[in-house]
Ligand binder design. Structure first.
Ligand code: SAM
Length: 250
């Protein structure tokens, strides 16, 4: 007996839209998303597309008119609610362009709720293009089937962040050693802090350790690049305290 094909087919194109989606609504896409559907994918009237708005969930839409610059769609069914997001923030010192794009893309795929660039003494990158990073976040969410986008915060100075730290466990990744991340990981609210390529200064380390919510963690004996450390720590937290185990049990 051939398996019943999934409905709607998971291969449907999937796009994020800024506007709030409601049942039966008409949606008009312009610019790159319109060009992607009509010129790249060559979709025509009647073709189906998945849309999500980071608020109401994911919807099935049908193309009613496809032009190179503008594509009109109508919402035909709601597919999923906005998913609950594991309450973990990733705090990272800005790193060079290609690597930071990769980092926000992977952190989105892994399920982070909030991404916070943290300016530390040895941070070498002083200007961040948040628009470009947001575009990478949206693309990663479209690809990994998230219905909720991680928030990308404005860059913050480490001292300011520590000075006003909320009731949230701060897993401070220190190449100098600490509790193994997998053992230390506990459910949210949580945050993971990753230093710059040059590492934290001793004063910064002391200030972080002075925070009652801080837990110093190790990611093993080798010195990982900042982007590797960020993804390793987030992956370990997701496996131990995030939504990976729940998904596995289903
Ligand atoms: N300061 C170091 C050096 O230059 O020798 C390297 C810093 S490392 C490239 C960047 C950041 O990744 C560190 O600040 C730390 O947060 C994290 N990191 C790298 N390896 C780690 C490990 N084995 N355990 C915990 N954190 C690590």
């Amino acid at each position: 007996m051939p398996a019943t094909p999934a409905w709607p087919p998971s291969s449907l194109p999937r796009l994020y839209v800024e506007e709030q989606l409601t049942a039966g609504a008409a949606v008009t896409l312009e610019g790159p998303p319109a060009n992607y559907l009509s010129a790249v994918l060559r979709l025509r009237t009647g073709a189906q597309v998945k849309l999500f708005d980071d608020r109401t969930g994911e919807w099935l839409a049908e193309i009613v008119e496809a032009g190179k610059k503008r594509v009109s769609l109508r919402l035909v069914a709601k597919l999923r609610e906005r998913e609950p997001v594991p309450d973990v923030w990733l705090l990272f010192a800005p790193i060079k362009r290609g690597r930071i794009d990769w980092l926000v893309e992977k952190a989105t795929e892994l399920g982070a709720a909030r991404l916070v660039p943290v300016v530390t003494r040895r941070t070498i990158v002083d200007k961040l293009n948040l628009e470009r990073l947001r575009a990478h976040i949206v693309e990663a969410a479209e690809q990994c089937e998230r219905t909720a986008l991680p928030e990308l915060a404005e860059p913050q100075k480490l001292a300011h962040l520590l000075g006003d730290w909320p009731n949230r466990t701060l897993f401070f990744a220190d190449e100098g050693g600490g509790e193994a991340m997998l053992d230390a990981a506990s459910p949210g609210p949580a945050a993971i802090l990753i230093g710059p390529e040059g590492g934290f200064t001793d004063e910064e380390r002391a200030a972080i350790r002075a925070l009652p919510q801080a837990k110093q963690v190790s990611l093993g004996p080798r010195i990982l690049r900042a982007d590797t450390a960020a993804i390793a720590a987030l992956g370990l937290w997701m496996a131990a305290a995030g939504d990976w185990s729940a998904h596995a049990r289903r």
